[in-house]
Ligand binder design. Structure first.
Ligand SMILES: Nc1ncnc2c1ncn2[C@@H]1O[C@H](COP(=O)(O)OP(=O)(O)OP(=O)(O)O)[C@@H](O)[C@H]1O
Ligand SMILES: [Mg+2]
Length: 179
């Protein structure tokens, strides 16, 4: 935790926050979604994508590893690396083609990609606090991530923002998922 955690009391709160994130997106950007099984990573990604493209069917990339969406002004690639057996398999996914100036990456289980993944701009960590409550902790790891956090804060409108932006840019070390 960085002290910047947002409390999301239920799924609707997660979806509302994901909608804010959607409105703050600007390509290129890579966001890591970290958290245990069932923490809500896919739920957050789904709401984010559906904010930008209402009615889009968003299935979990659990088996396909990547699901791509052509959205207004950006290509969004939603990855779930849980089933990756080795970071080398990322090459088979055509990761190089998924990056570019108009690409936004949402990456579940980014630790499994090791250093083969592009640098994450933001790490969003979801933690289950109760049956429906989650906390979301956002850390900016690059200036682009910091700029995203700034837009997120500005998009908050008149509600109290507290400390719930990403704070200063931090170096992020992900735990490799194969231990
Ligand atoms: N506040 C909340 N935010 C997100 N999901 C919630 C919340 N409350 C309940 N849920 C439920 O928790 C589950 C989260 O599942 P989800 O598939 O998003 O997890 P995940 O983190 O992607 O897991 P995995 O690592 O297996 O991919 C969903 O069934 C969702 O409805
Ligand atoms: Mg998931």
């Amino acid at each position: 935790m960085t002290g910047n955690a947002v409390l999301l009391p239920d799924l609707a709160a997660t979806e509302a926050f994901a909608a804010r994130m959607a409105r703050a997106l600007q390509a290129p950007l890579a966001i890591g979604l970290v958290g245990d099984l069932g923490a809500g990573k896919t739920a957050l990604a789904r709401a984010l994508i559906q904010t930008l493209a209402p009615g889009t069917r968003v299935k979990s990339p659990t088996y396909t590893l990547v699901e791509s969406y052509a959205l207004p002004g950006l290509q969004l690639h939603h990855l779930d690396l849980y089933r990756l057996r080795h970071p080398d398999e990322l090459a088979d996914l055509g990761l190089a083609e998924l990056t570019g100036p108009d690409a936004v990456l949402l990456i579940e289980w980014p630790g499994r990609g090791g250093d083969r993944l592009p640098a994450l701009d933001v790490v969003a960590t979801l933690q289950r606090e109760a049956a429906e409550a989650r906390t979301l902790d956002l850390v900016a790891a690059t200036p682009a991530g910091q700029a995203f956090c700034e837009r997120l804060r500005i998009g908050q409108g008149h509600q109290s923002v507290g400390d719930e932006t990403c704070g200063p840019v931090q170096k992020v070390t992900l735990v490799n998922g194969f231990d």
